[in-house]
Design a protein around this ligand. Structure first.
Ligand SMILES: CC(C)(COP(=O)(O)OP(=O)(O)OC[C@H]1O[C@@H](n2cnc3c(N)ncnc32)[C@H](O)[C@@H]1OP(=O)(O)O)[C@@H](O)C(=O)NCCC(=O)NCCS
Length: 172
């Protein structure tokens, strides 16, 4: 499979914060922001892999500043790393105050997606070829995050038989 650069699958998405997206204080709901971040990241991953993708994990998600009703939310999603079937995407979120034109970085997230074939099975993705110094640094840092993630997953799998036995009356 031919390698692709991170630039080739970048997604830029802009949303307007409407009253229905906000809480009682007029601030954007965290869940709505997470939805937009997930969609922007999934589109970048799909562009890279040319497949459907599913979200495997959200590695980190910061909420740095509240976002107000009437502001513009600009999302930039870019691949940082790929494995055999998985891809990590960095999503940076800026908000713009329409009246002042001021923009600030309000959120940053790292999300891992897995490419699926028509049967819903993980399928190989093209290699990623980072070009700029920043992309190369992102790639190295993503690899460290992946190693941490795999460790955590292995730990969780040890407990899975307990977790699968859900009961609303026990606190496990
Ligand atoms: C993600 C999913 C397809 C992985 O399936 P799986 O049977 O674990 O597949 P594999 O073990 O072959 O792993 C496939 C890839 O996913 C990666 N992966 C699996 N679980 C992961 C996790 N929790 N975090 C990061 N990567 C993960 C593996 O490292 C592997 O990557 P690689 O091919 O680049 O080495 C499966 O767990 C799934 O369908 N989950 C539900 C996804 C979903 O519905 N998301 C919506 C949000 S609820």
């Amino acid at each position: 499979m031919k390698a692709k650069t991170p630039k080739e699958s970048v997604v830029e998405m802009t949303e307007l914060v409407l009253p229905n997206d906000t809480n009682l204080l007029g601030n954007l709901l965290g869940g709505k922001m997470m939805h937009w971040i997930d969609i922007a990241g999934a589109m970048a991953a799909s562009r890279h892999s040319n497949t459907a993708v599913v979200t495997a994990c959200v590695d980190s998600l910061d909420f740095r500043y509240p976002v107000r009703v009437g502001e513009l939310v600009m999302l930039n999603a870019k691949l940082t790393w790929v494995g055999r079937t998985s891809m990590e995407v960095k999503v940076k979120v800026y908000t713009e105050n329409i009246k002042t034109g001021e923009t600030i970085l309000t959120n940053k997230a790292y999300i891992t997606y897995v490419a699926l074939d028509d049967e819903g099975k993980p399928t190989p993705v093209p290699p990623l070829c980072p070009e700029t110094d920043e992309e190369k640094k992102d790639y190295q840092e993503a690899e460290m995050r992946r190693n941490e993630r795999l460790k955590k997953k292995a730990q969780k799998l040890k407990n899975v038989s307990i977790e699968n036995n859900y009961s609303p009356y026990t606190d496990q």
